[in-house]
Ligand binder design. Structure first.
Ligand code: HAM
Length: 421
């Protein structure tokens, strides 16, 4: 028996419906904010991710599914959606279409992480990217759109954490400050953090292992190196969120794991006591220099991504899915070869009229055909036997009332149009 690859999932039945159900709700919200769908390839040239996420990021240094194709090119299954969208934005000169460009995407992402609750090696994201304005109004509107999605899904107990990490110059200055600070107590840090000290000391701030280490609690704050402009920008974002009634917590330790961020960064975290508590359901931020670093024009961007599997898990826990089971309208039961042929033709006509019609393809006995109609929870059964064929009539049985009547073949569509909403 073959088994699925560790950290991947099969979606079938109700689980597949849940995924599509969410997609529908999210699409309806985000399209009202003016976002258009963009669909990019599942794999890209490896360089696209290395350049953007940063060589020292966890994603690039340990989590990418990278392989050489038969032409010797290094390709990578996308671990995230921002870099591919930026690549497509430039390659297709989408910036020439209009000043402000807003895109959204759904799709699978791949990261070689340790699988656990809410963490997979193949997972689905819904994300957005908006290009063309460096404005606290856009930042706030992006965050508002995420809050609207949580509201439309009905999800509660979500906390918004927000921070600013300033521009690249402030980040470099902050990195130097942190390096000095953490360098003093390196022996008290976990192995990962000791490694991060040289390469990316900002990441030590959001280490889960060293969370309670006093060295982290007493670390210098980004405020110390932020420019007056960056501080004013962030205050304005917060002011707009206040005016919009969006509550948040400023978390000076929130730095995010990808190198492309500048200024506003944020995460929506689930607050609960179970294994999902503390997980980020949606995360993102602004990236002023990413487009330029891909040799493009100087166009800022901002975006976020939701983890779809995490939304599903939370909605399951909070009981937010409606009944997604689909019931067949009609099951056609045939008692011989000739009737089976008639059943197939009739099913086609019924489907053409908008009904969900089902039939058994190989049995002529009643028992398996009744079993099928129970499995698909049919509302009506149509029974076709020798007698019915001869009289050009169909025996129609209401599965709920168990009443049965004979309907002339020519009247059958009309009958169901009347009796099925
Ligand atoms: P990220 O924080 O790496 O950001 O991922 C965004 C979200 O994807 C996470 O908050 C989480 O819900 C989900 N996620 C990440 N890894 C996994 C996993 N292994 N299993 C299940 N869910 C996962 C980004 O990807 C950025 N591209 C977001 C962004 C867009 N920033 C700007 N624009």
């Amino acid at each position: 028996m073959y088994r699925k690859v560790k950290g991947t999932q099969d979606f079938f039945g109700i689980e597949a419906k849940k995924l599509r159900h969410l997609e529908g709700i999210i699409r309806a919200v985000i399209e009202k904010f003016g976002y258009e769908e963009i669909i990019t390839p599942i794999f890209e040239n490896t360089e696209v991710f290395v350049r953007s996420s940063g060589e020292e990021s966890d994603i690039v240094s340990k989590e990418m599914y990278t392989f050489d194709d038969k032409g010797g090119r290094s390709l990578t299954l996308r671990p995230e959606g921002t870099a591919p969208v930026v690549r497509a934005f430039l390659e297709n000169k989408l910036y020439a279409r209009r000043a402000l460009n807003k895109y959204y995407y759904f799709g699978p992402m791949f990261r070689y992480e340790r699988p656990q609750a809410g963490r997979y090696r193949e997972f689905n994201q819904f994300g957005i990217e908006a290009f063309g304005a460096s404005s606290p109004y856009l930042d706030a509107d992006v965050i508002i759109s995420a809050a609207e999605i949580f509201k439309a899904l009905g999800i509660e107990n979500i906390k918004l954490k927000i921070n600013t990490i300033g521009d690249f110059a402030s980040r470099a200055a902050y990195s130097a400050l942190l390096k000095e600070h953490f360098g003093k107590g390196i022996s008290s840090l976990c192995d990962d953090c000791a490694r991060r000290l040289d390469r990316n000391p900002l990441r030590i701030l959001d280490c889960k292992i060293d969370r309670d280490n006093p060295l982290l609690k007493n670390a210098p704050k980004i405020e110390a190196v932020l420019s007056a402009e960056a501080k004013a920008y962030f205050q304005k974002v917060l002011k707009i969120l206040d005016a919009s009634g969006i509550s948040y917590e400023v978390d000076p330790n929130l730095v995010r794991g990808l190198d492309y961020y500048t200024d506003t960064v944020f995460e929506f975290i689930l607050e609960s006591d179970d294994e999902l508590g503390g997980l980020a359901v949606c995360a993102g931020g602004k990236y002023s220099d990413l487009v330029r670093s891909f040799n493009g024009p100087d166009i800022p961007g901002i975006g976020y991504a939701f983890g779809i599997e995490r939304i599903i898990a939370i909605m399951d826990k909070q009981n937010l899915f409606p009944d997604l089971a689909s019931r067949a309208d009609i099951v056609l039961i045939s008692l011989d070869e000739e009737a089976k042929e008639k059943a197939l033709l009739l099913a086609r006509a019924l489907r053409g009229a908008g009904f969900y019609a089902e039939l058994d393809y190989q049995n002529f006995n009643l028992k398996p055909q009744f079993r099928l109609s129970e499995q698909v929870d049919a509302k009506f059964l149509v029974i076709i036997g020798e007698e019915e064929l001869k009289n050009k009539q169909l025996a129609v049985k209401n599965a709920l009332t168990k009443e049965q009547e004979l309907i002339p073949e020519t009247k059958i569509l009309e009958y169901f149009k009347e009796n099925l909403n």
